[in-house]
Design a protein around this ligand. Structure first.
Ligand code: BGC
Length: 498
């Protein structure tokens, strides 16, 4: 009955709601910009000379080991500090989201972001640089918690999946824009890195202005006892007067959620395990595909292969373009072919690409010297086939699946868990990749392929399909039908009476 009701909700995609999506999605762009910008900047000579002179020295030494020239803990800290800050901030952000609302949380995100851009762009000492990155990180933590929630709460029910992937799309656009800007600023005689880091203020300012214009979401208003305002907001967003059915659903959902005083406790009960496990492990897997080794360090990686600085940045632009393009495939296919098929197909493609990259490098890239031109081009193509398959599978699914497998009472708590797992794993990759590259050399690609193999098996045996299943029916139609997960629901009655 709920499904029928849901499908009968009155709604139109009004220009107003469309602008709200776009403005809020700038939060995704902010996140993507950060992911993409640091790799290019850490490859720039002027930046290295000013803040990391030892790395610069090492880079200049012709005889120096290819795989180790960027191995520097402080340099990695420059990239990774953001994710630790984001991790810590996301706990405060989830509180801010429920106590103050999504809109003020987005406003705070943009403020931190602008402050981060000012500190990094104006940095004269290493501490300013790292402090700026931490401010960026707090912005990302607040933004990543509030923006996906905001987007899905104001999306008409039948567009929820596609709108969810809009966030991922803007992340990929942010990465691409950052790569393009790095390509441009690397040609500047001086201060290119300052422009790259400082320009992060632009999406920050757009989001800041946007958050003054966008509406608060109806569920957030209802949650905080502002029912009248919630109804008015829903009417404005939907562009119709009669929003009774949907409004009632929101009120019921909020009441249900309020009854669960300790969502985290409920999450850790036996019946909460399948969703918690899947949404956490999917984030671990997403990061251990090795995607961010490429997103953060593509320019550095391409220099390792022997490309000149500008050719490396150009190659990073190419992978960025592939990333954006392939995300559209996901938007189109996710509700048609389903999550599982996309993930499985991609696991095969990613596995082949990583093994091939590893094989070429192990046999042809020695500690010194570089790859010959033809082989280097093959590696770039392989990186593209890897990125492409990630972009239509583990990238968007990492965010989509956790948002649709929790029951209403534990959804925000469960999602917060997924976000923080993502940040921890992103931090680990950002902090460790360059050292791993130095110690494991080209074998690092085999390390990632082994993970991809495990991920494929996980999809085959443990991941249920959620395509076309209304969220409130996931328990009956997904978990209780699955050969492995149904066992966790056997003692359910006993458990609730406990
Ligand atoms: C991931 C990021 C990654 C990006 C690449 C996102 O889904 O969470 O870590 O850099 O995809 O497009």
């Amino acid at each position: 009955m709920t499904t029928v009701e849901k499908n009968n909700y009155n709604s139109r995609v009004t220009p107003y709601v469309f602008s709200c999506w776009i403005l809020a999605a700038f939060g995704g762009l902010m996140f993507g910009y950060d992911i993409g910008i640091s790799g290019g900047v850490t490859g720039m000579d002027e930046f290295l000379m000013k803040f990391f002179p030892k790395v610069h020295e090492r880079k200049l030494h012709a005889a120096e080991n290819n795989y180790c020239k960027y191995d520097d803990e402080m340099l990695q800290l420059f990239t990774s500090s953001l994710y630790i800050a984001a991790l810590v901030a996301s706990f405060f952000a989830s509180k801010a989201c429920s106590l103050l609302g999504r809109r003020p949380t987005i406003l705070m995100a943009s403020t931190f972001f602008i402050a981060g851009a000012i500190f990094c762009g104006a940095a004269d000492a290493k501490w300013m640089l790292i402090f700026g990155r931490i401010l960026f990180g707090i912005g990302v933590g607040f933004g990543n918690e509030a923006v996906p929630l905001f987007l899905s709460e104001i999306a008409p029910i039948n567009h929820r999946g596609a709108v969810n992937i809009l966030f991922q799309l803007l992340v990929t656009i942010g990465i691409l824009v950052a790569n393009l800007i790095n390509y441009g600023t690397s040609m500047m005689k001086e201060h290119g890195w300052r422009v790259s880091l400082g320009l992060a203020a632009v999406p920050g300012i757009i989001l800041f202005v946007g958050s003054l214009v966008i509406t608060e979401t109806p569920p957030s208003l209802v949650e905080r006892g502002k029912e009248m305002e919630g109804r008015a907001a829903l009417q404005k967003i939907r562009g119709v007067d009669n929003v009774d059915a949907e409004f009632q659903q929101i009120v019921t959902g909020c009441e249900q959620a309020k009854q669960v005083k300790q969502p985290f406790k409920k999450l850790f009960k036996r019946s909460g395990f399948p969703a918690l496990f899947i949404s956490t492990i999917i984030q671990v897997f997403q990061q251990f595909t090795g995607i961010n080794a490429i997103m953060f360090y593509a320019p550095v990686l391409f220099q390792t292969l022997g490309f000149k600085s500008d050719a490396s940045l150009l190659s990073a632009v190419i992978t960025g373009l592939v990333n954006v393009g392939a995300t559209f495939v996901s938007i189109y296919a996710v509700d048609k072919v389903g999550r599982r098929k996309l993930l499985l197909q991609a696991s095969v493609q990613m596995f082949i690409s990583q093994v091939a990259i590893g094989a070429i490098l192990v046999t042809h890239l020695k500690a010194t010297g570089s790859l010959d031109k033809g082989l280097a081009a093959v590696v770039v193509v392989l990186v593209c086939t890897f990125v492409m398959s990630f972009a239509w599978s583990w990238g968007p699914m990492g965010w989509l699946i956790p948002s649709e497998i929790f029951p209403i009472e534990t959804r925000t708590a469960g999602f917060a868990f997924a976000v923080s797992t993502n940040m921890i794993c992103t931090f680990i990759i950002a902090q460790a990749f360059l050292s791993m590259l130095c110690h494991m050399r080209a074998y690092i690609f085999f390390f990632f392929s082994a993970w991809i193999l495990v991920m494929g098996l996980f999809v085959v045996f443990l991941l249920p399909e959620t395509k076309g299943v209304p969220i409130e029916m996931v328990e009956e139609r997904v978990w209780k039908q699955h050969p492995v997960w149904k066992k966790f629901f056997k003692d359910e009655v006993k458990e609730t009476t406990d």
